[in-house]
Design a protein around this ligand. Structure first.
Ligand code: GLY
Length: 351
C-alpha cells in the first residue's frame, strides 16, 4: 500500500494512501491518547464507511459515539451545528474526547466547527472522503457553517490533529462529483505549480501522488499565512467569480464547476490586460476542458460583478483578486469594486 505522509505543520501530519480507513484507530491513537472518539458523518458516508471507521477506532480501544446528520449542502447550517453540540453535551462528551470528521467538505466544516467551539475546543481529526476535502478543506484548519446571509459566515480556525486521506474512499464518488473536486487540483497548478498542470491530462491520474502534492502546496501556504491575511488568499483563485456563478445559478452549478469558470475568466482577463501570456491562459482553459470542466457561463459581466461585489472577502470598496501572471504563478491584486465588471467582461471574451 502506498502511503505518503505530508507534515502539514509541526503540529500534525496528513497521511495519503489507499486503504488507510482500516488503520484509522491506530493512526489516531498515535496522536490522541483519549478514551472517546465521536465519529461524525453524513447519512451517505455513514452508510458506506461508518461501520468500518467505527471498527477501526474500537480496535484501538476507543469508545465510539456515532453522530449522523442528513447528507447535503443544506445541512451546513446553524440548526444542524447546534443539534450536534446538544448531542455532544447529552452524550457527556468532554475534553478527553475527540471528534472524527468522516466525510466531504460539509462534514469537515460542520464537525470541525462543532469541535472548535464545544467546551471552547476539543481535538478533531479530519478523514476526507471527497476530492475537494482531500486537497483543500480538510487541511489548514478553516471550519465554518453557513448563515442565511451567505456561505461560511460563522467559523473558526481550528487545526486538525491529523488528516487521514484514504484515496480508496474516492471510488464511491459519482463521476460528476469526482470531476468537480478536480477543479481545485488544477487550481494549485495555476497558482504555484506549472509542472503539476503540465502533467495532468485528465481525471485518470496517480491519486496519492497528486493529492499529496496539492496538500504540500497548501501546507506551505498555510504555514506562511495561517490566518488568511495575505498569501493564503491565493487559494481563492477563481473563487470571486466562481462564487458569483454559483449564486447566480441558484447553486445548480456546483462549486468546482463554478470555480473552473472563475479560473477561466481570471486567466482570460489577465491575458487581455497583458498581465499573463495568452498561451498560459489558453493552457488553463485547455486543462479545465481536459477534465470536462466548464470555462464559459451565460451570465453578463454586470451580473457577475454585481454578485461578486457582495462577496464576504470584500474590504470596504475593494476586493482582492487572484490574478495569474503566468501558468504556475498568481499574485494578489486589490481592485476597486468598479473594476470588477472590466475583469468579468474581458474574461468572458474568447481569446
Ligand atoms: N479553502 C481555502 C483556504 O483554506 O484558505
Amino acid at each position: 500500500m502506498k502511503c505518503i505522509t505530508v507534515s502539514a505543520s509541526s503540529a500534525y501530519d496528513v497521511l495519503v494512501g489507499a486503504g488507510l480507513l482500516d488503520s484509522l484507530g491506530r493512526i489516531v491513537r498515535a496522536v490522541l491518547n483519549v478514551p472517546t472518539a465521536v465519529l461524525v458523518s453524513d447519512s451517505r458516508v455513514d452508510a458506506l464507511y461508518g461501520d468500518r471507521a467505527e471498527s477501526a477506532l474500537r480496535a484501538a480501544d476507543y469508545r465510539v459515539i456515532r453522530y449522523v446528520f442528513p447528507a447535503g449542502e443544506g445541512s451546513k447550517n446553524t440548526a444542524e451545528y447546534v443539534r450536534m453540540l446538544e448531542f455532544f453535551a447529552a452524550q457527556g462528551v468532554d475534553r478527553s474526547s475527540c471528534v472524527i470528521a468522516l466525510g466531504g467538505g460539509v462534514t469537515g466544516d460542520l464537525a470541525g466547527f462543532a469541535a472548535a467551539t464545544y467546551l471552547r475546543g476539543i481535538p478533531v481529526v479530519q478523514v476526507p472522503t471527497s476530492v475537494l476535502a482531500c486537497v483543500d478543506s480538510s487541511v489548514g484548519g478553516k471550519v465554518a457553517v453557513d448563515l442565511t446571509a451567505g456561505k461560511n459566515l460563522a467559523g473558526a480556525f481550528h487545526q486538525p490533529r491529523a488528516v487521514v486521506c484514504d484515496t480508496q474512499l474516492l471510488d464511491t464518488l459519482s463521476p460528476d462529483f469526482y470531476i468537480d473536486g478536480c477543479a481545485e487540483i488544477l487550481k494549485y497548478g495555476m497558482i504555484c505549480d506549472r509542472a503539476l498542470l503540465d502533467g495532468l491530462t485528465g481525471p485518470d491520474f496517480d491519486r496519492e501522488e497528486i493529492i499529496a502534492r496539492c496538500i504540500s502546496h497548501k501546507r506551505d501556504i498555510v504555514c506562511r499565512d495561517e490566518f488568511d491575511s495575505g498569501e493564503r488568499q491565493l487559494l481563492n483563485f477563481g473563487h470571486t467569480f466562481g462564487h458569483a456563478v454559483e449564486r447566480l445559478s441558484d447553486y445548480r452549478i456546483s462549486h468546482g464547476r463554478a470555480v473552473a469558470i472563475g479560473m477561466a475568466i481570471m486567466s482570460r482577463a489577465a491575458a487581455r490586460m497583458g498581465i499573463c501570456p495568452e498561451a498560459d491562459a489558453r493552457l488553463c482553459c485547455e486543462k479545465l476542458a481536459a477534465f470536462s470542466l466548464p470555462t464559459e457561463c451565460e451570465y453578463t459581466p454586470e451580473q457577475l460583478a454585481a454578485v461578486a461585489a457582495g462577496d464576504k472577502k470584500r474590504r470596504g470598496n475593494s476586493v482582492t483578486l487572484v490574478v495569474p501572471k503566468e501558468a504556475g504563478r498568481c499574485v494578489l491584486n486589490p481592485v476597486p469594486m468598479d473594476r470588477l465588471a472590466d475583469y468579468a467582461r474581458l474574461g468572458l471574451e474568447a481569446l
